[in-house]
Write a protein that binds this ligand. Structure first.
Ligand code: TLP
Length: 351
């Protein structure tokens, strides 16, 4: 069975152009700084972000881990949103590697305001661990791909810097944020010191993420990458795909966002199904409690019919992501399957 895979945008497979570029890539030993394709990718990523330097890392998790480490000292706090990826999905790397604890702030739409951050900033004292870093996730995965308004980001950047605090952006999907805002990525990341973005999600590369920021921090980050076992050798074969992701795939993300909206309005019309929020980008959460299903039983029934959508935290929630491997007609077919499963009772009989 060929599945319609809406579990994540991480499932995207490299395009034909990427595979060609990978085959033709000029390579060298990147631990010696001698891989020309990795060097080019790092220069390009820095230029796109308007920052001094960039570091190619195998995963987003490693990029965030190093990003947090270069800004902080052991025993500090990192302020982040309560459902942040760094807090919930990275095996506590900020504690394990950087020795920091998270100070979680709840924001219903995943977007922190400066006022909510300000309340949680702690100076060093006889009891409190001091704040070492502010982290923002843009787009915010578990809030449903929400996007920080530029003014909010600018205020967070300016006010944090006045207090001497750095800001790191988990921009795994920052190209989706930029597409939704209709501005270049440079503008989205201008207020923050460092940004991690992923090549392996909506941009379609098979692996790799970038950590981008001031040269002094990126140089330091290169050593942490080696410590973590992320010093790759002829990594140009991967970087070549990343370069295609940047030059060819970023421009088409609006299509994924339109497909997510299409799915949202289709799902909203299915009895027993409700959509959490109209997607601003490519992530959509929906609830199926009105069908009598749990998220897990709904997901299993979809899978039997060729559609992959994972259950999310909560009793009857699911998360789907659109991406270039699922076009509009596949979205239409997926909606038909959701309709069929929703119309069946949990025991598999139509209600
Ligand atoms: N997100 C994955 C899962 O880990 C949940 C997904 O399917 O969405 N930051 C954000 C905001 C992410 O969504 C992810 C991956 C990462 C960091 C980590 O990237 P990788 O998987 O490359 O370590």
């Amino acid at each position: 069975m060929t599945f319609i895979d809406l579990r994540s945008d991480t499932v995207t497979r490299p395009t034909a152009a990427m595979r060609r570029a990978m085959a033709d890539a000029e390579v060298g030993d990147d631990v010696y700084g001698e891989d020309p394709t990795v060097n080019l990718l790092e220069e390009r990523a820095a230029a796109i972000c308007g920052k001094e330097a960039a570091l190619f890392v195998p995963t987003g998790t490693m990029g965030n881990t190093i990003g947090i480490k270069v800004h902080t000292e052991h025993g500090q706090e990192v302020i982040c949103e309560s459902r942040a990826h760094i807090l919930n999905y990275e095996l506590s790397m900020m504690a394990w590697f950087a020795g920091c604890v998270a100070r979680a702030v709840v924001a219903e739409d995943g977007v922190l305001s400066w006022a909510s951050i300000r309340e949680q900033i702690r100076p060093l004292g006889p009891h409190a661990a001091p704040t070492g870093l502010i982290e923002v996730e843009n787009t915010h995965n578990m809030a449903g791909g929400t996007v920080y308004p530029l003014d909010t980001l600018r205020e967070i950047g300016e006010e944090s810097h006045k207090l001497g605090l750095p800001v790191h952006m988990d921009g795994a999907r920052v190209f989706n944020a930029a597409a939704a805002l209709g501005v270049p990525v440079t503008e989205v990341v201008a207020p923050v010191d460092t940004v991690m973005f992923c090549l392996s999600k909506a941009l379609g590369a098979p692996a790799g993420s970038m950590l981008v920021g001031p040269r002094r921090l990126i140089d330091k980050g290169r050593l942490y990458r080696k410590r973590l076992g992320g010093g790759m050798r002829q990594a140009g074969v991967l970087a070549a795909a990343g370069l295609i992701g940047l030059s060819e795939m970023a421009a088409r993300l609006g299509e994924d966002h339109e497909n997510a909206c299409f799915l949202a309005s289709g799902l909203a019309g299915i009895p027993g199904v409700s959509v959490e929020r109209t997607p601003a980008t490519n992530i959509l959460f929906f609830d199926v409690s009105g069908t009598g299903h749990t998220g897990a039983s709904f997901s299993a029934a979809l899978k039997e019919r060729g559609v992959l959508i994972n259950a999310a935290s909560g009793v009857a929630r699911l998360r789907l992501l659109t991406h270039f491997d699922v076009d509009r007609s596949a979205c239409e077919r997926a909606l038909g399957v959701v309709r069929e499963v929703a119309a069946m009772g949990v025991r598999g009989t139509y209600v």
